[in-house]
Design a protein around this ligand. Structure first.
Ligand code: F6R
Length: 608
């Protein structure tokens, strides 16, 4: 959500700012803007709509002069998407400029106070109070002023601040929302995420909460809120530059789907040694693990869907109660959770505000939190008790694919690891789980190779209006993800239902040619799902079945069917999700949708 970039050096700033914003588009936005100090004044160019509008208006940044600047892509929260509400925002006399990611929760109160002092506001945003406060509080010392302003703000924020009279510094502040500083040669950068600066430098400082950075051409100084200088370690980004590029694919989503075998392989490879699952990241003793009476898995969106799979998998293997919780609901329902509960939080970005807050609530109640996170050093990773990184690499498309697959792989690792410690897995099962897990990348690859077949099916079905995904047991858990993938990128209304539940109301919506995607991979309940298929077909539904190769009769039962290789029950979602992702992708492609950046969505949702 919202992207921030900044540049200070001896080159022109605006072309870099525009390029950096382009690389952050995946975070989701509806307007974009830049501010450059031209030596006399702060020049702001900002426009509602896609970045191309700003690019054309500024000739890719070439018609704005100045060697220090900040830029922003805004995802509207307070105030509709518009030119006035786009960032950067200027203070009353145009001496300060601010870009902001996050939410200032007490902005109404602050706005009233400032308005009472005669300050008029140009926008409806919460951000504008920050820039007006900067000017109002400025006492000649920038750091003092920033600290004073921070003390007045409630909420979460990452800020980039410029002062007209000091063209030799950019100030960056972090509280809650991510911010990194790229270290170059006689030039330095600011960004909310690595892809924006990866072509310039691999050396970064990652700001922690309540840190203030003064970024100059020749160096960076980081302070805490007592004005003490912080000694920050330099982090070297190991990503391959191609990881943040499309690499010949039309969309990041396709590239990332194709990377799933590698994502799963990389996530498990180092954690299986000599046939045993080794999770050095877990610092719990076997004794502590045995003492947990239940497990809560907390996450949002697709990561929550991994949590629902985890409920089936972990309950089945560990024989302990497992709850899958939607993070935004968890925190505010006074959850029954204590030191006898293990909390597992799942997040690709590691910055999702709902998930982070829910984790903190669980920890506050005494629960031990293990986080499954993709982005190294992110807030959730830093604040969890233990973190297991998914090694999926950067995920750019808003709709998650490879991170989902890597998260599932970690759930299987945990099931095997905990199951062994709890004595719930026989040696034969242990070995078979490990070898099935190691075989997943190749099986995923074989499904990806059938993408033309899935494209062909999508070409016949993309005009559908309403879709129902149905499944039983682990197939139900997976149907949630299939449905979300389709609706978020193709804008087709879609619902996921436990197949047995459909007849308790929702079946009334099935009519001639309604598309029903029936997941029939869970062999133990194959006959039951076949009955559910018949029920909807009798009412006119067109059924696309997804099943395993050992049930080829699905091809006769459903109007269309996709067969996937067999694996052990708990790992079926890792295979069955792939045709559903591909189906959603091709449907969206045929409909001409913006696949990588669907409307209204943001990659990293940093507000509650
Ligand atoms: C859907 C999707 C979202 C995210 C959700 C949580 O394709 O990507 O539903 O799964 O916003 O995000 P993270 O995993 O970053 O916490």
């Amino acid at each position: 959500m919202c992207g921030i970039v900044g540049y200070i050096g001896y080159e022109q700033a605006a072309p870099f700012l525009i390029d950096g914003l382009e690389k952050l588009q995946y975070r989701g936005y509806d307007s974009a803007g830049v501010c450059v100090n031209d030596g006399e004044k702060l020049v702001v160019k900002k426009e509602n709509g896609k970045l191309t509008v700003l690019k054309n208006m500024t000739d890719n940044g070439n018609n704005i002069a100045g060697t220090v600047g900040i830029g922003h892509t805004r995802w509207a929260t307070h105030g509709k998407p518009s030119n006035e509400n786009a960032h950067p925002h200027l203070s009353r006399s145009c001496s300060f400029a601010v870009v902001h990611n996050g939410i200032i929760e007490n902005y109404m109160e602050l706005k009233q106070e400032l308005s009472a002092k005669g300050i008029t506001f140009r926008s409806m945003t919460d951000t504008e109070v920050v820039v007006q406060l900067m000017e109002n509080c400025y006492n000649g010392d920038m750091i003092d002023t920033v600290i004073r302003v921070m003390k007045m703000l409630k909420g979460s924020y990452a800020l980039g601040i410029m002062f007209k009279d000091n063209p030799d510094e950019i100030i960056a502040v972090r509280k809650g929302s991510p911010l990194i500083i790229g270290i170059g040669e006689k030039e330095n950068y600011l960004a909310s995420d690595v892809p924006a600066i990866l072509e310039k430098t691999r050396k970064i400082y990652r700001l922690d909460n309540d840190e203030i950075a003064v970024i100059r051409r020749d160096g960076v100084t980081v302070y805490d809120t007592n004005k003490n200088v912080r000694n920050k370690p330099v982090e070297i980004i190991e990503w391959n530059i191609d990881a943040a590029k499309k690499d010949g694919y039309e969309h990041f989503m396709m590239k990332e789907m194709m990377e799933q075998p590698k994502a799963v392989h990389d996530t498990i490879a180092e954690r299986i040694k000599d046939g045993r699952v080794i999770l050095d990241e877990i610092h719990l003793t076997p004794e502590q693990i045995r003492k947990f009476e239940k497990i809560h898995v907390i996450a949002c969106g697709s990561a929550y869907h991994v949590g629902v799979v985890a409920k089936y998998v972990l309950e089945n293997v560990l024989r302990k109660p497992v709850e899958a919780d939607i993070a935004s609901e968890f925190k505010y329902r006074d959850p029954i959770i204590d030191e006898k509960t293990l909390t597992i939080v799942i997040s690709q970005s590691g910055e999702t505000a709902d998930t982070k807050e829910a984790m903190k609530e669980a920890q506050k109640r005494g629960s031990y939190a293990v986080a499954i996170v993709n982005v190294v050093g992110s807030a959730i990773a830093s604040e969890a008790d233990d973190v297991i990184y998914t090694l999926a690499g950067p995920e750019i498309a808003v709709a998650t694919t490879k991170a989902y697959s890597a998260q599932l792989a970690v759930i299987y690792l945990l099931a095997i690891y905990f199951g062994d410690i709890l004595g719930k897995i026989s040696e034969t099962d242990y070995q078979s789980y490990v070898s099935e897990l190691q075989a997943l990348p190749e099986k995923i690859q074989s499904i990806l190779q059938t993408k033309e077949e899935i494209k062909n099916i999508a070409s016949k079905l993309f005009a559908c209006k309403d879709t129902f995904f149905i499944g039983r047991n682990i197939d139900y858990a997976l149907s949630l993800e299939g449905s979300l993938k389709l609706k978020e990128i193709s804008y087709i209304h879609s619902e996921a239902y436990a197949a047995g539940e459909l007849k308790h109301g929702t079946i009334s919506l099935i009519e001639n040619r309604t598309l029903v995607i029936a997941l029939a991979t869970y062999g133990r309940l194959f006959e039951k799902i076949v009955s559910n298929i018949k029920e909807v077909q009798t009412r006119g539904a067109y059924v696309l079945g997804i099943g395993c190769e050992d049930h080829p009769e699905l091809k006769e039962i459903a109007q269309s069917a996709i067969l996937i290789p067999k694996t052990c029950d708990m790992m079926l979602p890792s295979l069955a999700v792939v045709p559903m992702q591909l189906f959603a992708y091709y449907v969206a492609l045929f409909k001409g949708c913006e696949i990588d950046t669907p409307r209204n969505l943001a990659k990293s949702v940093t507000v509650e």
